[in-house]
Design a protein around this ligand. Structure first.
Ligand code: GDP
Ligand code: IMO
Ligand code: MG
Length: 426
């Protein structure tokens, strides 16, 4: 097999594992960073010399002017929020930021997608709510699958766009009327598309030739996933999922990279766990330990500000995630958050209806699962200043080695703080 330099960074829990921080670390010398799925529902926190940023649709390589950043074919793009995100970052960082390109095949999040996201969620019964970010992600991917979508490249083809909107708008308006929402005219939407074309037209490209050349010449490419496997539309806690595939299969599909070329897959996991939104979460805690994890870990959504549900590390789900993604290296983040916990638990199996499960079952069974825990001694020392494996307390090392064994995958990176330099490479 030809040698390539393509790595994927994927979430192996429920999202918010610290992907932005890990991608930022790798992106320092990357030629290309590609966001391959999702939209501005992401909240990827990056803290570097330029400041602290929550990136939503922009890839985490934008701070390196030599890196080409691609919003891939598998994403859904809201050009209005992308515009304000770019303006905010330019203002805060003082950087030009002219290194972002959108594949012409990426689907556009239209205003009616956002309206419908909110309306559909409000119709769901309280126990059934997905807790979406209301960014229009689900309705936009729905239209994509139903072949009713508008793609970034369509902006350039006015006649085609007009025809598509004339066919689509009456259908969308019927849906909006059903929910008692304001409707749109073709003229309104054509004007919006024209504004987007003026703002982004030069940055909408066919990424295949560029990406192919980069793959074949061994350039360093990073694929940045959004969310994590537990919210994957096929392999996660359906229906409490997002509408795309954060797993590595989605990375091939959404970024013009053939499967064989991805020779390194970094699975990002927190040293405990969190989840935002509905659905089963087997290791969730409801006691003061959850409150401590939330406060010490700053566990509030980067996009919606919602308090995150918190709990212990689920090694059964993480092992599943490593297998499903072909993870070659785990990046374990937020080790420092556990510094003051006397006892730390890890889930190593489940009891469901009186039966023992050593593997992750599907959603309906997860709702009835009771976790079985193994308990570890906490290290009760500050790890945030550790920069090498040897500097870590012995009990912290023991915890890492135990997780590694349970996941059957090497933990190569250990993050002990949100800053670029707070990383141990083993
Ligand atoms: P993402 O969506 O996977 O990129 O993760 P988020 O940015 O939503 O959430 C991760 C949060 O943890 C952010 O606030 C990061 O700044 C922070 N963070 C990342 N790694 C570490 C770490 O090792 N220690 C601490 N204390 N915070 C971290
Ligand atoms: P990052 O990339 C955490 C959750 C929502 C909801 C479900 C579907 O920062 O990890 P959607 O708006 O995608 O239709 O919502 O997924 N969710 C996230 N949770 N981090 C995110 O992004 C999320 N993006 C969506 O809470 O349960
Ligand atoms: Mg996040």
């Amino acid at each position: 097999m030809k040698k390539t330099n393509v790595s994927a960074v994927v979430g192996v829990q429920y999202g918010d594992e610290g992907k932005g921080r890990i991608v930022d670390y790798f992106a320092q010398d990357a030629d290309i960073v590609i966001r391959y799925q999702g939209g501005d529902n992401a909240g990827h926190t990056v803290i570097n010399d330029n400041g602290k940023f929550a990136l939503h649709i922009l890839p985490s390589g934008i701070f390196n002017p030599d890196t080409m950043n691609i919003v891939g074919a598998g994403t859904v793009v809201n050009f209005d929020t992308m515009h304000s995100e770019l303006e905010n970052i330019r203002e805060k960082s003082g950087l030009e930021i002219d290194n972002v390109f959108i594949d012409s095949r990426a689907h556009l999040i239209m205003p009616y997608h956002c309206d419908l996201d909110g309306a559909e969620e409000s119709k769901r019964a309280s126990g059934d709510k997905i807790g979406t970010t209301k960014r229009g992600i689900g309705p936009c991917y729905t239209d994509k699958a139903a072949r009713f979508g508008i793609r970034a490249g369509d902006l350039r083809n006015t006649e085609f766009l007009q025809k598509r909107l004339e066919m689509l708008v009456p259908k969308k308006n019927r849906e909006l009327e059903y929910y008692g929402l304001k409707t749109y005219t073709v003229e309104d939407l054509m004007a919006l598309c024209d504004k987007w074309l003026k703002e982004f037209g030069d940055h909408i490209i066919d990424t295949v030739p560029v990406v192919r050349e980069a793959v074949e010449s061994g350039k360093k490419i990073l694929l940045e996933g959004q969310l994590g496997i537990m919210r994957d539309n096929d392999w996660g806690i359906y229906p409490y999922t997002t509408s795309s595939n954060p797993t590595v299969g989605g990375a091939c599909n959404g970024s013009a990279i053939p499967a064989w070329a991805i020779q390194k897959v970094v699975g990002v996991a927190k040293a405990y766990s969190t989840s935002v939104g509905g659905g089963p979460y087997m290791t969730e805690l409801f006691d003061e330990t959850a409150d401590r994890l939330r406060e010490i870990g700053g566990e509030y959504g980067a996009t919606t500000g919602r308090p995150r549900r918190c709990g212990w590390f689920d090694a059964v789900a993480a092992d599943y995630a490593c297998y499903m993604n072909g993870v070659t290296d785990v990046a374990l983040t937020k080790m420092d958050v556990l510094d003051t916990f006397e006892k730390i638990k890890v889930c190593t199996g489940y009891m469901i209806d009186g039966e023992y499960y050593s593997y992750l079952p599907e959603t309906l069974l997860q709702e009835r699962a009771k976790p079985i825990y193994e308990e570890f001694d906490g290290w009760m020392e500050d790890t945030s200043k550790c920069r090498t494996w040897d500097e870590l307390p012995e009990k912290a090392k023991a915890y890492v080695l135990a997780l590694e064994k349970l996941m059957n995958t090497k933990i190569t990176y250990i993050s002990v703080g949100p800053k670029r330099e707070q990383l141990i490479v083993r």
